[in-house]
Each structure stands twice: as structure tokens, then as C-alpha cells.
Design a protein around this ligand. Structure first.
Ligand SMILES: [Zn+2]
Length: 138
């Protein structure tokens, strides 16, 4: 079984061939929108868009599911976008990445297990890390 990526709302498959396909629009100008292809390899931040839709570093984007049009940006964690990943063993994870273009960070979460990747993960660690004082109870 291959790794699958699903919409958190409709659970439709977002990965086609070698990309995760999402619709994106610029937060400050929603008419600036298009499809974005993300690399499904965690820690690889290569993206592909049509030449008419240029992603600007430092700008925040709203990501939506191309199947059900639901917004994928997290309501809970500012600037984070969430999709679901199912690994080769059928285990399900929440994947969070930054909605701000150019920020390289990914969080892979299942229950209390957290994996973080990317040089900018430190910007958001506080959202996901278990507080020091709770660690002794784990
Ligand atoms: Zn959907």
C-alpha cells in the first residue's frame, strides 16, 4: 500500500501520480488563485504551479480541497494547514504545514507521537510540543 493523502473534510484523495494537488488563493487577494502541486515526500518543499499563478514567499495562502472546496487551513493553529496522511501500514496521521509561502516545516502527528521536519519548525513547535511540565507524566 502506498502513502495516501486525504482531505480532512471529505477524505477524498489529494494525491495524484507524484503530487499532492490543492487549490490555493492568496489571503490578501483571493482572486489570486490556482492549483498547487506539493511534493508528497515530507521535508521536500518543492511546489509546482501554473506560470500564471506565482506563489510569493512570505505571503499567506488559503488552501482548499480541490474535491469538496473545504478550507484546509487550521482553525486551531494560526498559519497551519492540515491534511490527512495514511502510511503504508494504514496508520492515519495529521499533517500540518505552513500556509505562509517559503516557510519550511511539517508536523506529522498521531496521538501523542510527533515528528517535525524543516528548518522553520521552531516557529510552530509551541503549538505541538508537550509542555515540559507534562512530560513527566508520559
Ligand atoms: Zn475535500
Amino acid at each position: 500500500m502506498a502513502v495516501e493523502y486525504l482531505c480532512k473534510v471529505c477524505r477524498g484523495h489529494l494525491n495524484v501520480k507524484t503530487s499532492i494537488i490543492l487549490a490555493a488563493s492568496k489571503l490578501t487577494n483571493r482572486s489570486h488563485r490556482g492549483l498547487i502541486y506539493l511534493n508528497p515526500e515530507i521535508g521536500n518543499y518543492t511546489t509546482t504551479t501554473h506560470p500564471s499563478f506565482k506563489i510569493r514567499e512570505g505571503e499567506e495562502y488559503i488552501y482548499t480541497c480541490p474535491i469538496c472546496a473545504a478550507q484546509l487551513n487550521s482553525m486551531k493553529y494560526l498559519h497551519m494547514v492540515r491534511i490527512i496522511m495514511i502510511d503504508e501500514d494504514g496508520k492515519e496521521y495529521n499533517i500540518y504545514f505552513s500556509g505562509i509561502a517559503g516557510e519550511k516545516c511539517t508536523f506529522k502527528i498521531r496521538g501523542t507521537k510527533l515528528e517535525s521536519k524543516g528548518p522553520d519548525a521552531k516557529l510552530y513547535n509551541r503549538f505541538f510540543e508537550v509542555p515540559e511540565e507534562d512530560k513527566k507524566y508520559l
